[in-house]
Structure formats: structure tokens, C-alpha cells
Design a protein around this ligand. Sequence first.
Ligand SMILES: Nc1ncnc2c1ncn2[C@@H]1O[C@H](COP(=O)(O)OP(=O)(O)OP(=O)(O)O)[C@@H](O)[C@H]1O
Ligand SMILES: CC(C)(CO)[C@@H](O)C(=O)[O-]
Ligand code: BAL
Length: 280
Amino acid sequence: MSVPILRTRAALAERLDAWEAAGERVGVVPTMGALHEGHLSLVRAAQAGSDRVVTTLFVNPRQFNSRADYDAYPRTEMSDAEKLAPLGVDALYVPEPEEVYPEGFATTVSVTGLTDVLCGAHRPGHFDGVATVVTKLFRQTRARRAWFGEKDFQQLQVVRRLSADLDLGVEVVGCPTVREADGLAMSSRNVRLHPAARAAAPALYAALEDAARALRGGAAAAETCAAAAERIRAAGYAEVEYLELRAVSDLRALARAEAPARLFAAAWIGGVRLIDNVGV
Ligand SMILES: Nc1ncnc2c1ncn2[C@@H]1O[C@H](COP(=O)(O)OP(=O)(O)OP(=O)(O)O)[C@@H](O)[C@H]1O
Ligand SMILES: CC(C)(CO)[C@@H](O)C(=O)[O-]
Ligand code: BAL
């Protein structure tokens, strides 16, 4: 079995028209490719929750705030299609850039508030790029539901907000983070870790989990976060960009653990920026 690869809005629209005529509802799993088990878990959830599933693969230039990161982003379309085929995905939409950003494109979708903190504070313009492309992909796929991973928890909240605020009519479903056996959150960027960095990388999740446990036991937030960041650096990370306790719904800062709250971190190792988060 192979997955149909569609590269234009017109080719996609043809399929969507046929599905709509048959009364079938479409779900979408947006990705930037280099697929791993985390992505496949979203696809399986989507298949359980909609009649037809479109996976999108688009390395969106507008959400990269570094040209080097954009250039280095893994592009593995053939093996991505091979991974999707056995799942029976209905279509892989791989739009050419001009299908998303045609000549003269001049609109930016910007979610305020939620994007001021965490990755939004450290990657200027990133969430504008995400919100803009997700709006386009929701419209182009005519999705009624969309599946996103909790690994990118802030992104999940941003997309929920944008779908509600712009009346896009897309129900946004969050799925748990899929991890390697040693706890490292699966990420397309993990392939860029050299062996020593890969071996040290699980310290990020381990430190977050231990800090979350301490917070649940009543430990003070500031001290616990500072100690966890120090542990991550000691394990071999070059920099901890942020490590913060925040409320889930609006991502506001918290002085102590209140349910539902999460610990969020971004840290650099071997020239790669990794993110993770855990419930408290
Ligand atoms: N380990 C994971 N578990 C569950 N969902 C994931 C995981 N990794 C990524 N996703 C989700 O897959 C979708 C597409 O993400 P994307 O293509 O950026 O992959 P990625 O592995 O997050 O890449 P990168 O970490 O390099 O940005 C997003 O909704 C993201 O949250
Ligand atoms: C949602 C997304 C596909 C938009 O480009 C991207 O940010 C991602 O892969 O998480
Ligand atoms: N997974 C979020 C996409 C990005 O890092 O740009």
C-alpha cells in the first residue's frame, strides 16, 4: 500500500470534494516531516477520530527564526511516505511553497498573550509563522479536527486559541509526548545530536520529572526550577534557555505548584535546541 502524495491545492481539493460528497469528515495531522513514532501516534489518533486523515508535510520557512536551523532541518519525504503507507493514511499533502505563500502573500496571523513567554519569548516571530501556516493548512484541508503533540505544548495552546478566535471550526486534539526508551522526547531534531550529546540528552526529561515530583511534594518553585536547570547543565547541556512552572490554560507564571500546572524547558546540547514539558 502506498500513500497518495498531493502537491497542489487543486489536487487536494479534488479528493476533499469526493470525500465531502460521501459525507466523510476530514482530520489533519500537520507536520514538518522527518517522521518518527510521535508523529505516527498522532496519525493513529486521527484515524480513530475521523473518517479521512490528511497528513501535511511542509517545512514552513516563516516559523524558523534562524536560516541555519531551516537549512539543517531534516528533509526525508520518501521515507516519511513509506512510514505512513502501512497506516493507510488517505493523503500526504506536500504543498509547494507557492501553494501556501503565493506571490504577494501579505497576511500574518498573530496570537497575542500566550506567545509572549517560553518559546515565544526566545524565538521571535516563531508563533506568528506557526499560526499563519496552521490557519492556511486548516483552510486548505477543510479539516474538522486536528491532532497536535503535547511535546510542543505551547504550540498546542496557541493553535487551540487561534482556531477558536478565528471561528475556524477545527477541534484541536492534544496527544501525549512519545519518548525514547531512555525518556528523551522524540523529535525530528534528535537526529542532529552527535553520540555524546544523544547519550546526555535524557537528563532534560529526568530533571523535569524529578522537579515535578518535588513540586507536588510542596517544594518552592523558584529553588526547584533553579536546581533542575543546574542539573541539566551539569549533565552536559551548554545552556538552559528557560525552565519554568506555568499554568496549563494560559501559560501564566506560577510561584508554586497548582494543578493543573506544567514545567516547561528548552535547552541546548551539541548545537541542537531541545524542548520538553511535564505535568506537575
Ligand atoms: N515526541 C512526540 N510525541 C508526540 N507528538 C509529537 C512528538 N514530537 C513531535 N510531535 C508532534 O508532531 C507534530 C509535528 O511536529 P514536527 O514535525 O515539528 O516534529 P518534531 O519532532 O516536533 O520536530 P522538532 O522537534 O524538530 O520541531 C506536532 O504536533 C508535534 O507536537
Ligand atoms: C504545526 C507545524 C506543522 C506548523 O508548521 C509545526 O510547527 C510542527 O511541526 O509542529
Ligand atoms: N515542532 C515545532 C516546530 C519548530 O520547532 O519549528
